[in-house]
Ligand binder design. Structure first.
Ligand code: ZN
Length: 386
């Protein structure tokens, strides 16, 4: 006897970018153009100023940052992962003459290249560097909880502590401005359903409560209220995304960093973390069919950095060559002290979503609405938190 599977959504890829039905929320218009492209044209493009207008706007913001920082030890804080975006931003911040506290969070997965690049950057910029080293027992415990949970965003334990440590330092030193390498040119397309927010401390704790085996000792978390209300409204902290006020081309950025700083290319995106590299290029595509290159290339098509044909060609390339995959996998399971069989178990367990665990998704949506009203009433751009 045969059973009939419920008919799945037929496969479709956008005719303008390269997003496809691996994003369950994607919609297409009559010409086959996807909802990400439409959103880019109708909403995102207005926030992107890679032109003379951007230069003017950014110079106004810079004046404000300098004036505000006059009696403070630092003008702003910058998270330094060693990745391309934050590295270029560090170089720009030096060129602007900003007094920056650079913060690096070492979650135990830095590649040697990342360490090298951060050293080069700190030497080149002369910025003070504060490094927060995450307790490895906590990190491993939390990452194993997430692997057992079976959800898509395994990067949350790393991302959450990155922000928690950064904002803790900003608060401690009374720094108001946070420089973020986040940018429209390479990251505008983002399938929301692929991931929950890394800022959702309830979700993180709920997952650990259910799947963890020991208590976390010193892993810093940042609550919803602190991040979305106290920081922007009480402490008046602002997130600035300078790369949205200037042309930002990854190839040109890499060439500049190589020449001026002695920066070394990672090859794959997110080659700065062994965990992220393996998670994004193996776990996510194998288990969920999510290829993170897809939204990345889609963003770069929309910002005219590559053509759709080039993107399609690159998507045809394997995510890993066999030798590198074997090497990274061996490192991953050894570091987390799990067996190859255990990892295969995680990879093949039933798919779960973060929404199955206590979360702040609805509170977040409500707050974003409230934030937009406040911004409209006060005519103040709060730096688009989250
Ligand atoms: Zn599209």
């Amino acid at each position: 006897m045969t059973t009939t599977e419920p008919s799945a959504t037929p496969y479709q890829m956008c005719t303008r970018c390269v997003m496809d039905t691996s994003d369950p929320d994607i919609e297409f218009d009559a010409d086959g153009v996807c909802s990400h492209c439409t959103k880019f044209d109708t909403i995102t493009r207005a926030q992107w100023h890679p032109d003379a207008e951007g230069e003017r706007l950014w110079s106004g913001i810079l004046d404000q940052v300098r004036a505000d920082g006059k009696d403070r030890e630092y003008d702003c804080i910058l998270g330094l992962s060693g990745g391309l975006d934050s590295s270029l931003l560090a170089v720009r911040a030096k060129d602007w003459g900003l007094r920056v506290l650079a913060v690096h969070v070492d979650a135990g997965w830095n590649t040697e290249l990342a360490v090298h690049n951060i050293e080069r950057l700190v030497e080149f910029t002369g910025f003070d560097l504060y490094t927060h080293v995450v307790d490895w027992a906590d990190m491993r415990e939390l990452q194993l909880s997430f692997l057992r949970s079976g959800i898509a965003n395994q990067d949350v334990p790393q991302d959450h502590v990155f922000f928690a440590a950064l904002y803790r330092e900003a608060t401690r030193r009374k720094i108001r401005f946070v420089l973020s390498g986040g940018n429209i040119a390479t990251e505008s397309v983002f399938p929301a359903n692929w991931h929950g927010s890394a800022m959702d401390a309830w979700n993180l704790k709920a997952i650990h409560r259910k799947f963890g085996t020991t208590k976390l000792k010193s892993y810093p978390t940042m609550g919803f209220l602190r991040y979305y209300l106290i920081n922007p409204y009480v402490r008046r902290m602002r997130v600035l995304r300078p790369l949205n006020y200037m042309p930002y081309d990854r190839a040109a950025a890499l060439a500049e960093l190589q020449e001026r700083v002695g920066y070394t290319d990672y090859g794959l995106k997110h080659g700065e973390s062994q965990f992220t590299r393996f998670f994004q290029n193996h776990y996510l595509p194998e288990r969920f069919g999510y290829d993170k290159r897809r939204p990345h290339f889609a963003s770069m098509i929309l910002s005219d950095q590559i053509t759709r044909e080039e993107a399609l060609e690159k998507l045809d390339e394997p995510l890993y060559d066999t030798a590198a995959l074997a090497q990274d996998k061996a490192y991953f399971i050894k570091k987390l002290r799990i067996s190859a069989d255990e990892f295969e178990g995680f990879l093949n367990a039933p798919l779960r979503t973060h929404r199955e665990f206590r979360n702040q998704v609805r509170a977040y949506e409500g707050l974003k609405k409230l934030q937009r009203v406040v911004e409209r009433l006060t005519r103040r751009d709060l730096g688009a938190y989250g």
